[in-house]
Design a protein around this ligand. Structure first.
Ligand code: FES
Length: 66
């Protein structure tokens, strides 16, 4: 039996290993609107802070869709 290969989840925050799926579902569930709120819920952004710009881009994309 060969192993089933699945694509690795796209990480938004490498320090805390928070994936795009984790971030987007947290935003949807919690109506999160700031990097600080996302950090409190998912942990993303609590390390080196290099992902803050990416998190802000996700928040802006979500704002544009609603
Ligand atoms: S990559 Fe998110 S805190 Fe470092």
């Amino acid at each position: 039996m060969s192993p089933v290969c699945q694509p690795a989840p796209k990480l938004v925050c490498h320090c805390l290993q928070v994936s795009e799926d984790d971030l987007l579902s947290a935003v949807e569930r919690g109506q999160l609107r700031t990097v600080q709120e996302i950090s409190q819920v998912t942990g993303a952004g609590e390390g080196c802070t290099a992902c803050h710009r990416r998190i802000i881009q996700y928040l802006r994309q979500r704002t544009c869709r609603t």
